[in-house]
Design a binder for this molecule. Structure first.
Ligand SMILES: Nc1nc2c(c(=O)[nH]1)N[C@H]1C(S)=C(S)[C@@H](COP(=O)(O)OP(=O)(O)OC[C@H]3O[C@@H](n4cnc5c(=O)[nH]c(N)nc54)[C@H](O)[C@@H]3O)O[C@H]1N2
Ligand SMILES: Nc1nc2c(c(=O)[nH]1)N[C@H]1C(S)=C(S)[C@@H](COP(=O)(O)OP(=O)(O)OC[C@H]3O[C@@H](n4cnc5c(=O)[nH]c(N)nc54)[C@H](O)[C@@H]3O)O[C@H]1N2
Ligand code: SF4
Ligand SMILES: [Mo]
Length: 739
């Protein structure tokens, strides 16, 4: 196989339209037999309704896919699934736009070189998986399992983990840890002894007072949370929002406090100061169930509202008011930890400060406060192995990286660095659009993708990342496949959910479970997977008193709500070293970090530059929806805009709706122009731009060149020394007017 020489540089290949043309969109599924397909009862006109779950974000709501004449024509919220309760966010209803996206990957592709030019050749599944098996095995033989890594995001990856576990490869990385919710997870471990999950453990359903730092629900559309907040507002619950921008939820708030970005820890310390100095905290709870109060008070003693007002630019009286109202409404009051917690390099400490605020008012395991929900605890048959399972290795060098999470043993930026240094020789990328996701900067991500000897991408769309692969494996979408059972998550009503196909895979795409099995078979390892995915699901479900046939009807098994609240006088017996809530963390101290959070200032913008903030749009989830015509064909979703305060706009003579290029502090200029939105709804020292636009992959014909890429403008990252998470809000931009 002489075309398998190692390319010293792997050029980006625009996936040839030759392979994307062929049968018209939607033709693949029409008129086929559905005996294998999900069968969950019939709708009004004899339509089939298939109960499954969404993959447009990581909340994984239950969906009902409505199928007529072999096509999905509507997706609604499953009334059986506890996370959707009959409703979906707009993205969930838009799954049809992904299923019938005319730009979808249709065939396996293999990179070839002829006359010095690289291009993709259409391949059969047998050949493509053969090449992947051979290349991965060769690298494993020569360099050992640590030379192979998998970056992954999305629920379908479980089969690839199972595949790799057969050969002892466990260098797995979830960018959603170090770029997203890692600090929330680990701050909870350090404070309460258990990780936070999805949904986060806050009893918003019963809360009377909810404080949000950033955490822009209403734009962040996490379904159940948004439903609970909306109900809360109807019930008369009060909302407080600290955000430099007047977000959607700020519009529903009792108090919007446009905090100076990057000063949140100081604000949290100020709130603690008021709670303690005015004796508003729950003294008996703190004495009985926490450790480190004295050390905490020492650290916030000097953080008076007046001092904090100077730092945060929020009046001292407002700080006092919020602290008093919070205490008054406690224990049915909470501060939410948020989701994308990686703002600056101190995110772990910031989220710890949030948990300390919660602990001070004694809301732990109280209605309306902090809750540790429960798992379904699914019994599983032993995983098939050709040999005993390998020990799990932790490759991350950060001491508080998620040591207990089997799907995540190294930070994604460490993978990038090891790929560049040559330690990692082969990469599998499953559902991560690396050039647009990885915040060590687009250039660094591309350098890593080009450096490794072998790169295989498993994706559904010709996203940027696929253009750097040696082999592209087109997975079918979540509406065309079974996946593993969704059982690992804690919730108010513990549940197990099924993903099942609504229609057959279109084109020559395949479900991940078949792709992983093909590769494993080619390694000569048999018995690692059940004969069919259905057989495996049925076996597990029968161990749990159900069956595949049974769960197909509603897509879920739901247990009743358990007793979530604590009883007076009972010890908490937490899994922290002290068994109590750790206001001062003994583990952090032991490892040489601050045991209690301290505020340190972030760098200021250079003259004429503005801090670049980011967030979400209701209709979109970055690469997962960027090419979705069903969702994108709404004026507000077509492109991103840059929010600029009216004063700042005047200073730069910018007009509303004018297109500009953005230039960051390192001189990087946005490839595509972006529309200016002149508004009073953001502080003059910051601008805001939704992530997930400005795509450069021309074969994503809808997303191509729409808006500006947030990721491209990141040149500086701040890595949290304790957990290795990546903050990227110390980037600043200015405006370049179009000639
Ligand atoms: N600059 C910048 N970077 C960020 C962020 C930011 O705000 N700004 N946010 C960070 C956060 S919070 C997160 S969670 C991450 C998200 O990072 P990613 O999850 O990498 O985000 P996407 O760009 O949506 O990439 C998902 C990829 O999965 C593919 N895909 C969709 N469905 C399937 C499927 O069923 N199977 C397979 N195999 N592939 C599929 C899509 O085509 C796409 O290429 O990004 C992080 N990076
Ligand atoms: N519709 C939709 N919903 C989504 C997603 C999506 O793509 N689309 N993605 C999902 C994912 S993966 C994630 S991680 C979550 C992210 O959603 P969140 O966890 O809510 O994200 P945040 O970064 O907290 O929220 C962004 C807000 O923080 C504000 N902010 C920025 N800097 C600061 C600061 O220094 N201090 C304060 N106080 N506020 C600041 C911004 O102005 C913005 O309003 O959303 C999830 N939900
Ligand atoms: S919140 Fe929306 S996109 Fe996310 S899983 Fe639920 S319906 Fe899908
Ligand atoms: Mo995220």
């Amino acid at each position: 196989m002489d075309h398998w020489q190692n390319f010293s540089r792997r050029d980006f290949i625009k996936i040839s339209s030759l392979f994307l043309a062929g049968s018209a969109a939607m033709s693949g599924s029409a008129g086929q037999a559905f005996s294998r397909l999900g069968q969950s009862g019939s709708g009004e006109n004899g339509d089939r309704i298939v109960h499954s779950f969404c993959e447009h974000c990581f909340w994984r709501c239950g969906i009902a896919a409505h199928v007529r004449d072999g096509k999905v024509y509507k997706i609604t919220g499953s009334e059986h699934h506890p996370l959707s309760q009959g409703k979906l966010c707009p993205r969930g209803t838009g799954g049809i736009g992904l299923l019938y996206d005319p730009d979808r990957l249709r065939h396996p592709l293999i990179r070839e070189t002829k006359g010095g030019k690289q291009y993709y050749r259409k391949a059969s599944w047998d050949e493509a998986t053969g090449v992947v098996a051979e290349k991965l095995y060769g690298i494993h033989e020569k360099y050992g399992p640590g030379a192979i890594a998998m970056l992954h995001h999305g629920f379908g990856v479980s089969f690839f983990k199972q595949m790799f576990s057969q050969i002892g490869v466990n260098k797995f990385s979830k960018p959603s840890f170090d770029l997203c919710c890692g600090p929330a997870r680990q701050a909870s471990v350090l404070t309460y002894g258990y990780p936070s999950g999805t949904p986060e453990g806050f009893d918003m359903k019963n809360s009377k007072y909810m404080i949000f730092f950033g955490t822009h629900f209403g734009e962040n559309m996490h379904n159940t949370a948004v439903q609970e907040i909306s109900d809360g507002i109807r019930r008369g619950a009060k909302i407080v929002v600290f955000d430099p921008r007047f977000s959607t939820i700020a519009g529903k708030a009792e108090h919007w406090l446009p905090i100076k970005p990057g000063t949140d820890i100081a604000m949290m310390q100020g709130l603690m100061h008021v709670l303690i100095s005015e004796n508003l905290y729950d003294r008996s709870f703190v004495q009985q169930h926490t450790v480190g109060f004295g050390e905490l008070w020492d650290s916030v003693r000097k953080m008076t509202p007046e001092k904090v007002a100077e730092i945060t630019e929020i009046p001292a009286e407002a700080i006092r008011t919020v602290a008093r109202e919070f205490a008054f409404n406690a224990p049915a009051a909470l501060v939410h930890s948020g989701r994308r917690t990686n703002w600056y390099g101190d995110a772990l400490q910031r989220i710890r400060a949030i948990h300390i605020l919660n602990a001070l008012v004694g809301n732990f395991k109280m209605p309306g406060g902090v809750i540790d929900y429960e798992k379904f605890s699914l019994k599983k048959p032993p995983a098939g192995h050709a040999h005993p399972p390998y020990e799990r290795d932790v490759y991350s060098r950060y001491p508080f990286f998620a040591q207990d999470e089997p799907s995540n043993s190294i930070a994604s930026h460490e993978v990038i660095q090891q790929a560049i240094s040559g330690e990692i020789k082969a990469l599998m990328v499953y559902g991560v659009n690396l050039p647009e996701t990885m915040t060590l900067g687009r250039k660094t991500a591309i350098e890593a993708l080009q450096k490794v000897d072998f790169m295989v991408a498993v994706d559904v769309l010709p996203a940027e990342v696929t253009g750097y692969a040696d082999v592209v494996l087109p997975e079918c979408t979540y509406l065309e496949r079974y996946d593993a059972l969704d059982a690992g998550r804690k919730y108010r009503t513990p549940f197990v959910a099924l993903r099942q196909p609504a229609v057959e895979p279109m084109y020559d795409s395949k479900p991940g479970n078949q792709i992983a099995k093909m590769i494993t078979d080619k390694w000569g390892i048999h018995g690692a997977f059940p004969a069919t995915v259905e057989e495996g699901l049925d076996k597990t479900l029968r161990l749990n008193g159900s069956s595949l046939e049974e769960i197909k009807k509603t897509g879920v098994i739901v247990r009743p709500e358990s007793d979530l609240y604590r009883k007076a006088g009972q010890p908490l017996n937490l899994k922290t070293p002290s068994g109590k809530i750790e206001l001062a963390s003994s583990l952090l101290r032991k490892a040489g970090f601050d045991a209690v959070p301290h505020y340190t200032p972030q760098p200021e913008a250079p003259e004429g530059y503005y801090r670049m903030l980011t967030g979400r749009k209701p209709m979109l989830t970055f690469g997962r929806t960027a090419n979705n015509r069903f969702l994108g064909d709404v004026a507000t979703a077509k492109e991103n805009e840059v929010w600029v305060n009216a004063e700042t706009a005047a200073r730069h003579s910018l007009k509303n709706e004018e297109y500009v290029h953005l230039k960051n502090q390192a001189g990087v200029v946005s490839e595509f122009p972006v529309k200016v939105k002149v508004t009073q709804r953001i502080r003059p020292d910051a601008v805001f731009m939704v992530h997930g636009f400005g795509h450069t992959a021309a074969k994503m014909t809808w997303a191509y060149k729409r808006g500006a890429s947030h990721n491209q403008l990141i040149s500086r990252t701040d890595i949290d020394p304790a957990i290795g998470s990546v903050g990227f809000q110390n980037n600043f931009v200015t405006f370049i007017k179009e000639a």
